[in-house]
Ligand binder design. Structure first.
Ligand SMILES: O=C(O)C(=O)C[C@H](O)C(=O)CO
Ligand code: ZN
Length: 287
Protein backbone atom coordinates (compact mmCIF):
# COMPACT_ATOMS: atom_id res chain seq x y z
CA UNK A 1 0.00 0.00 0.00
CA UNK A 2 1.46 3.41 -0.95
CA UNK A 3 1.54 6.01 1.83
CA UNK A 4 0.95 9.74 1.30
CA UNK A 5 1.54 12.18 4.19
CA UNK A 6 -0.42 15.35 5.03
CA UNK A 7 0.78 18.73 3.74
CA UNK A 8 0.57 22.39 4.72
CA UNK A 9 -0.84 24.98 2.28
CA UNK A 10 2.18 27.14 3.18
CA UNK A 11 4.40 24.50 1.59
CA UNK A 12 2.11 23.50 -1.28
CA UNK A 13 2.20 27.00 -2.76
CA UNK A 14 5.95 26.58 -3.27
CA UNK A 15 5.63 23.23 -5.07
CA UNK A 16 6.64 22.63 -8.66
CA UNK A 17 4.29 20.86 -11.05
CA UNK A 18 6.17 17.60 -10.47
CA UNK A 19 5.99 17.95 -6.69
CA UNK A 20 2.24 18.65 -6.86
CA UNK A 21 1.78 15.51 -8.95
CA UNK A 22 3.86 13.40 -6.56
CA UNK A 23 1.83 14.60 -3.60
CA UNK A 24 -1.74 14.62 -4.85
CA UNK A 25 -2.06 12.66 -8.11
CA UNK A 26 -2.89 8.94 -8.07
CA UNK A 27 -1.97 7.12 -11.27
CA UNK A 28 -1.72 3.43 -12.19
CA UNK A 29 -5.24 2.49 -11.10
CA UNK A 30 -7.22 -0.33 -12.76
CA UNK A 31 -4.31 -2.54 -13.79
CA UNK A 32 -5.81 -5.93 -14.74
CA UNK A 33 -5.05 -8.55 -12.10
CA UNK A 34 -4.06 -6.02 -9.46
CA UNK A 35 -5.34 -4.25 -6.36
CA UNK A 36 -3.76 -0.82 -5.90
CA UNK A 37 -4.22 1.13 -2.67
CA UNK A 38 -3.02 4.61 -1.65
CA UNK A 39 -3.27 5.46 2.05
CA UNK A 40 -3.40 9.20 2.76
CA UNK A 41 -2.75 10.67 6.20
CA UNK A 42 -5.40 13.25 5.26
CA UNK A 43 -8.36 11.95 7.25
CA UNK A 44 -6.84 8.49 6.68
CA UNK A 45 -8.73 7.88 3.47
CA UNK A 46 -7.61 4.92 1.36
CA UNK A 47 -8.15 5.33 -2.37
CA UNK A 48 -7.63 2.49 -4.78
CA UNK A 49 -8.85 -0.02 -7.32
CA UNK A 50 -9.42 -3.74 -7.73
CA UNK A 51 -9.32 -5.01 -11.33
CA UNK A 52 -9.79 -8.78 -11.31
CA UNK A 53 -8.88 -10.46 -14.60
CA UNK A 54 -8.51 -14.25 -14.91
CA UNK A 55 -8.47 -14.80 -11.15
CA UNK A 56 -10.24 -13.44 -8.11
CA UNK A 57 -8.62 -10.72 -6.00
CA UNK A 58 -9.02 -10.62 -2.21
CA UNK A 59 -8.75 -7.32 -0.34
CA UNK A 60 -6.27 -7.70 2.51
CA UNK A 61 -5.17 -5.33 5.27
CA UNK A 62 -1.50 -5.14 4.45
CA UNK A 63 1.06 -4.29 7.10
CA UNK A 64 0.11 -0.60 7.06
CA UNK A 65 -3.20 -1.11 8.87
CA UNK A 66 -1.90 -3.43 11.58
CA UNK A 67 -5.30 -5.12 11.33
CA UNK A 68 -6.47 -8.72 11.04
CA UNK A 69 -8.47 -7.84 7.90
CA UNK A 70 -9.06 -4.70 5.84
CA UNK A 71 -12.43 -3.75 7.30
CA UNK A 72 -11.60 -4.61 10.91
CA UNK A 73 -11.86 -0.89 11.73
CA UNK A 74 -12.83 0.46 8.32
CA UNK A 75 -15.80 0.94 6.00
CA UNK A 76 -15.51 0.64 2.22
CA UNK A 77 -17.26 2.28 -0.70
CA UNK A 78 -16.99 0.69 -4.16
CA UNK A 79 -18.17 1.88 -7.59
CA UNK A 80 -17.60 -0.24 -10.70
CA UNK A 81 -16.54 1.71 -13.80
CA UNK A 82 -15.76 -1.39 -15.88
CA UNK A 83 -17.37 -4.63 -16.98
CA UNK A 84 -19.75 -6.69 -14.88
CA UNK A 85 -18.22 -8.30 -11.81
CA UNK A 86 -19.00 -9.79 -8.45
CA UNK A 87 -18.00 -8.84 -4.94
CA UNK A 88 -18.23 -11.65 -2.41
CA UNK A 89 -18.69 -10.24 1.07
CA UNK A 90 -18.19 -12.81 3.85
CA UNK A 91 -19.49 -15.47 1.49
CA UNK A 92 -22.46 -13.53 0.06
CA UNK A 93 -22.11 -12.87 -3.68
CA UNK A 94 -23.21 -9.51 -5.09
CA UNK A 95 -23.27 -8.90 -8.84
CA UNK A 96 -22.04 -5.35 -9.46
CA UNK A 97 -22.48 -3.97 -12.96
CA UNK A 98 -21.15 -0.81 -14.65
CA UNK A 99 -21.76 2.30 -12.52
CA UNK A 100 -23.26 0.19 -9.71
CA UNK A 101 -21.69 0.35 -6.29
CA UNK A 102 -21.51 -1.14 -2.84
CA UNK A 103 -21.18 0.02 0.72
CA UNK A 104 -19.37 -2.60 2.83
CA UNK A 105 -19.57 -2.18 6.58
CA UNK A 106 -16.95 -2.35 9.30
CA UNK A 107 -16.29 -5.88 10.54
CA UNK A 108 -16.55 -7.53 7.13
CA UNK A 109 -13.73 -10.08 7.14
CA UNK A 110 -13.51 -11.41 3.60
CA UNK A 111 -13.95 -9.29 0.47
CA UNK A 112 -13.25 -10.92 -2.91
CA UNK A 113 -13.48 -9.24 -6.32
CA UNK A 114 -14.10 -11.14 -9.58
CA UNK A 115 -14.88 -10.22 -13.19
CA UNK A 116 -17.59 -11.92 -15.22
CA UNK A 117 -15.41 -11.62 -18.35
CA UNK A 118 -11.62 -11.37 -18.01
CA UNK A 119 -11.48 -9.68 -21.43
CA UNK A 120 -13.73 -6.90 -20.10
CA UNK A 121 -12.70 -6.77 -16.48
CA UNK A 122 -14.62 -5.07 -13.73
CA UNK A 123 -12.91 -1.88 -12.54
CA UNK A 124 -13.83 -1.52 -8.89
CA UNK A 125 -12.94 1.95 -7.59
CA UNK A 126 -12.43 1.96 -3.81
CA UNK A 127 -12.72 4.61 -1.12
CA UNK A 128 -12.25 3.55 2.51
CA UNK A 129 -12.43 5.46 5.80
CA UNK A 130 -11.91 4.58 9.44
CA UNK A 131 -15.20 3.47 11.00
CA UNK A 132 -16.45 3.21 14.57
CA UNK A 133 -19.56 1.08 14.05
CA UNK A 134 -21.00 -1.37 11.56
CA UNK A 135 -23.49 -0.02 9.02
CA UNK A 136 -25.38 -2.44 6.75
CA UNK A 137 -23.64 -3.74 3.64
CA UNK A 138 -25.71 -2.90 0.56
CA UNK A 139 -25.55 -3.02 -3.22
CA UNK A 140 -26.24 0.42 -4.73
CA UNK A 141 -27.88 0.84 -8.15
CA UNK A 142 -28.48 4.16 -9.94
CA UNK A 143 -31.67 2.66 -11.40
CA UNK A 144 -33.84 -0.38 -10.75
CA UNK A 145 -36.12 -2.00 -8.20
CA UNK A 146 -35.33 -2.04 -4.49
CA UNK A 147 -34.98 -5.47 -2.90
CA UNK A 148 -33.35 -7.01 0.15
CA UNK A 149 -29.78 -5.69 0.36
CA UNK A 150 -30.21 -3.53 -2.75
CA UNK A 151 -30.64 0.27 -2.57
CA UNK A 152 -31.66 2.38 -5.57
CA UNK A 153 -30.36 5.96 -5.74
CA UNK A 154 -33.36 8.16 -4.95
CA UNK A 155 -34.48 10.78 -7.48
CA UNK A 156 -33.75 13.47 -4.87
CA UNK A 157 -30.12 12.29 -4.91
CA UNK A 158 -29.79 12.80 -8.68
CA UNK A 159 -29.25 16.53 -8.90
CA UNK A 160 -28.99 18.44 -12.19
CA UNK A 161 -26.78 21.52 -11.92
CA UNK A 162 -25.35 24.25 -14.13
CA UNK A 163 -26.07 25.07 -17.76
CA UNK A 164 -24.55 24.76 -21.21
CA UNK A 165 -24.18 28.56 -21.31
CA UNK A 166 -21.87 28.34 -18.28
CA UNK A 167 -20.23 25.15 -19.65
CA UNK A 168 -20.99 23.35 -16.35
CA UNK A 169 -24.21 21.41 -17.09
CA UNK A 170 -23.91 18.21 -15.08
CA UNK A 171 -25.75 15.66 -12.97
CA UNK A 172 -24.58 14.70 -9.49
CA UNK A 173 -25.62 11.20 -8.40
CA UNK A 174 -25.19 10.68 -4.67
CA UNK A 175 -24.56 7.00 -3.80
CA UNK A 176 -23.43 7.02 -0.15
CA UNK A 177 -24.61 9.74 2.25
CA UNK A 178 -27.22 10.12 4.96
CA UNK A 179 -30.74 9.36 3.78
CA UNK A 180 -29.42 7.25 0.90
CA UNK A 181 -26.93 4.75 2.32
CA UNK A 182 -25.83 4.82 5.97
CA UNK A 183 -22.10 5.08 6.71
CA UNK A 184 -19.85 6.23 9.54
CA UNK A 185 -18.15 9.09 7.67
CA UNK A 186 -17.69 8.12 3.99
CA UNK A 187 -19.69 9.98 1.32
CA UNK A 188 -19.39 8.95 -2.31
CA UNK A 189 -21.03 9.71 -5.61
CA UNK A 190 -20.61 10.37 -9.31
CA UNK A 191 -20.95 13.51 -11.41
CA UNK A 192 -21.41 13.34 -15.17
CA UNK A 193 -20.79 16.36 -17.41
CA UNK A 194 -23.32 16.79 -20.21
CA UNK A 195 -21.99 16.96 -23.80
CA UNK A 196 -20.56 20.43 -24.47
CA UNK A 197 -19.95 21.17 -20.78
CA UNK A 198 -16.49 20.92 -19.24
CA UNK A 199 -16.52 22.60 -15.81
CA UNK A 200 -17.15 20.69 -12.59
CA UNK A 201 -17.59 22.29 -9.19
CA UNK A 202 -17.56 25.83 -10.59
CA UNK A 203 -18.15 28.22 -8.83
CA UNK A 204 -15.74 26.35 -6.58
CA UNK A 205 -15.80 25.74 -2.86
CA UNK A 206 -13.84 24.43 0.07
CA UNK A 207 -15.09 22.55 3.13
CA UNK A 208 -12.55 22.48 5.92
CA UNK A 209 -14.65 19.82 7.66
CA UNK A 210 -14.03 17.21 4.97
CA UNK A 211 -11.31 16.20 2.55
CA UNK A 212 -12.21 14.90 -0.88
CA UNK A 213 -10.82 12.62 -3.59
CA UNK A 214 -11.85 12.80 -7.23
CA UNK A 215 -11.46 10.01 -9.80
CA UNK A 216 -11.75 11.32 -13.37
CA UNK A 217 -12.85 8.89 -16.12
CA UNK A 218 -14.70 8.63 -19.46
CA UNK A 219 -11.79 10.67 -20.86
CA UNK A 220 -10.51 9.74 -24.35
CA UNK A 221 -6.75 9.21 -24.76
CA UNK A 222 -6.19 12.57 -26.48
CA UNK A 223 -8.25 14.50 -23.91
CA UNK A 224 -7.50 15.68 -20.38
CA UNK A 225 -8.96 17.49 -17.38
CA UNK A 226 -7.22 20.47 -15.81
CA UNK A 227 -7.89 19.89 -12.09
CA UNK A 228 -7.65 23.04 -9.99
CA UNK A 229 -6.52 22.88 -6.39
CA UNK A 230 -4.94 25.03 -3.68
CA UNK A 231 -6.12 27.83 -1.45
CA UNK A 232 -8.60 30.09 -3.28
CA UNK A 233 -5.98 32.83 -3.71
CA UNK A 234 -3.11 30.43 -4.44
CA UNK A 235 -4.63 28.16 -7.11
CA UNK A 236 -2.58 25.51 -8.82
CA UNK A 237 -3.47 22.90 -11.41
CA UNK A 238 -2.80 19.22 -12.09
CA UNK A 239 -3.29 17.80 -15.59
CA UNK A 240 -5.40 14.65 -15.21
CA UNK A 241 -5.79 11.80 -17.70
CA UNK A 242 -8.35 9.03 -17.85
CA UNK A 243 -8.87 6.95 -14.69
CA UNK A 244 -6.57 9.05 -12.54
CA UNK A 245 -7.48 10.30 -9.08
CA UNK A 246 -6.50 13.37 -7.10
CA UNK A 247 -6.39 13.95 -3.34
CA UNK A 248 -7.91 17.26 -2.20
CA UNK A 249 -7.02 18.48 1.32
CA UNK A 250 -9.89 20.14 3.20
CA UNK A 251 -8.36 23.63 2.70
CA UNK A 252 -8.18 23.24 -1.06
CA UNK A 253 -10.55 24.10 -3.83
CA UNK A 254 -11.31 21.15 -6.08
CA UNK A 255 -12.67 21.98 -9.50
CA UNK A 256 -11.87 21.00 -13.05
CA UNK A 257 -12.29 21.87 -16.68
CA UNK A 258 -11.81 19.29 -19.39
CA UNK A 259 -10.87 19.44 -23.07
CA UNK A 260 -14.27 17.74 -23.44
CA UNK A 261 -17.02 16.33 -21.22
CA UNK A 262 -16.08 13.59 -18.71
CA UNK A 263 -17.35 11.87 -15.57
CA UNK A 264 -15.86 11.75 -12.09
CA UNK A 265 -16.43 9.98 -8.81
CA UNK A 266 -16.09 12.04 -5.64
CA UNK A 267 -15.49 10.66 -2.16
CA UNK A 268 -15.37 12.60 1.09
CA UNK A 269 -14.43 11.77 4.67
CA UNK A 270 -14.04 13.91 7.78
CA UNK A 271 -15.90 15.80 10.47
CA UNK A 272 -19.47 15.64 9.17
CA UNK A 273 -21.62 14.12 6.42
CA UNK A 274 -23.43 17.25 5.30
CA UNK A 275 -22.94 17.31 1.52
CA UNK A 276 -24.21 20.89 1.34
CA UNK A 277 -21.76 22.11 4.00
CA UNK A 278 -19.57 24.06 1.58
CA UNK A 279 -17.84 27.45 1.73
CA UNK A 280 -18.48 28.90 -1.72
CA UNK A 281 -15.87 31.07 -3.43
CA UNK A 282 -17.08 33.70 -5.87
CA UNK A 283 -15.46 33.53 -9.30
CA UNK A 284 -14.20 37.08 -8.72
CA UNK A 285 -12.28 35.92 -5.63
CA UNK A 286 -10.11 33.10 -6.99
CA UNK A 287 -6.55 33.78 -8.06
O1 LIG B 1 -19.66 18.91 -9.91
C1 LIG B 1 -19.89 19.19 -8.72
O2 LIG B 1 -20.31 20.28 -8.31
C2 LIG B 1 -19.61 18.13 -7.73
O3 LIG B 1 -19.67 16.95 -7.99
C3 LIG B 1 -19.20 18.62 -6.37
C4 LIG B 1 -18.57 17.52 -5.55
O4 LIG B 1 -19.52 16.51 -5.30
C5 LIG B 1 -18.08 18.13 -4.27
O5 LIG B 1 -17.08 18.81 -4.28
C6 LIG B 1 -18.90 17.95 -3.03
O6 LIG B 1 -18.29 18.65 -1.95
ZN1 ZN C 1 -16.36 19.47 -2.36
Amino acid sequence: MELRTAVSPRDVKTYTTQRLREEFLIQGLFVPGEIKLVYSHIDRIITGSATPAESALELTAGDELRAKYFCERRELGVINIGGKGTITVDGKVYTVDYKEGMYIGMGTQKIVFESADASNPAKFYLNSAPAHRTCPTVLIKPEGTPEEGVVIVKDENKVELGSLELSNHRTICKYILPGQVESCQLEMGMTKLEPGSVWNTMPCHTHDRRMEVYLYFDIPEDAFVMHYMGEPQETRHIVMRNEEAVISPSWSIHSGSGSQAYTFIWGMVGENQDFDDMDGIANQDIM
